[in-house]
Design a protein around this ligand. Structure first.
Ligand SMILES: Nc1ncnc2c1ncn2[C@@H]1O[C@H](COP(=O)(O)OP(=O)(O)O)[C@@H](O)[C@H]1O
Ligand SMILES: [Mg+2]
Length: 258
């Protein structure tokens, strides 16, 4: 590794500083701070309505989420003013919690486009990737149209495999996925985050939202944050925090913050 790459590793891949965001006139994020180092996997816990999805959509650049103040620093550059497609080209990717269906566009068409854009298009790669998620039979279906909750997650993950982003965000990848498929989902997340190689050699990083924590049985996370009312209320070891949430509930997090 050369010196500039080493220097790069000392700085976070992405850093959120004092971020406040509104949507439809409502404040959803308040002075939020977090960072993710290259090679790291971060998990984000929080009760319903605490702003987890809003955070990921803001990082991705969904236009309705208005940055009132603060910075989104990615590879040293503030990207808060950049458009969603520019952010995708810079290497940001998101598995949506509730993505729209796209009538008239087949899943294999969008996979082909993503692969061409990522510079690695091979027709056989489409079937190879779909096989990893037990999803080959869905290639001629319209994107997400009539898909069940678990099928939507696999469809979204497959699109990310094709896109191959460097900073990968997963919004509740475990919700609605049955036991057989959650194993496949976990494997693909591990592949996207290069879990098979040493942390200091990885070029990717991930941020995973989980409500119940099931995905942590399949994917190792390095650190966890808890979000409450649009801010980070604490951070620490994912297993310890999950145990506390399971035994004491989020109310204890509120007390712990006081
Ligand atoms: N597009 C939107 N329009 C209006 N309110 C929204 C929108 N997106 C999020 N919110 C509100 O922001 C709050 C946080 O929502 P969300 O980020 O989805 O929370 P979480 O993912 O933690 O459950 C909720 O009160 C939600 O109703
Ligand atoms: Mg959500």
């Amino acid at each position: 590794m050369n010196t500039s790459q080493e220097k790069c590793r000392d700085a976070p891949l992405i850093e959120i500083r004092h971020l406040s965001v509104s949507v439809e006139g409502k404040r959803v994020l308040n002075d939020l701070d977090l960072y993710v180092m290259q090679g790291e996997t971060i998990v984000l816990f929080g009760p319903n309505g605490s702003g987890k999805t809003s955070l990921l959509k803001t990082i991705m650049g969904i236009p309705q989420y208005r940055v009132e103040s603060g910075n989104i620093i990615y590879r040293g550059e503030d990207i808060a003013e950049r458009s969603i497609d520019e952010r995708a080209r810079l290497g940001l990717g998101l598995v949506f919690q509730n993505p729209p269906a796209v009538r008239g566009v087949r899943l294999k068409d969008i996979l082909r486009i993503c692969m061409v854009k990522s510079g690695d298009f091979r027709e056989e790669r489409i079937i190879e990737s779909a096989g990893k998620l037990n999803f080959v039979d869905f290639m001629d279906r319209d994107i997400n149209l009539g898909f069940s909750g678990g099928e939507i997650k696999r469809s979204e993950l497959l699109q990310l495999l094709a896109q191959n982003p460097a900073f990968v965000m997963f919004d509740e990848p475990d919700s609605g996925v049955d036991l057989v498929n959650i194993n496949l989902v976990g494997k693909v997340i591990n592949e996207l985050l290069e879990k098979g190689i040493r942390e200091d050699r990885r070029t990717k990083a991930g941020l995973i939202i989980t409500h119940a924590g099931h995905i942590l049985d399949y994917v190792n996370a390095d650190r966890a944050y808890v979000m409450l009312n649009g801010s980070v209320s604490c951070s620490g070891n994912p297993g310890d925090i999950l145990d506390d949430i399971r035994t004491k509930g989020y109310e204890e997090c509120v007390r712990c913050r006081r």
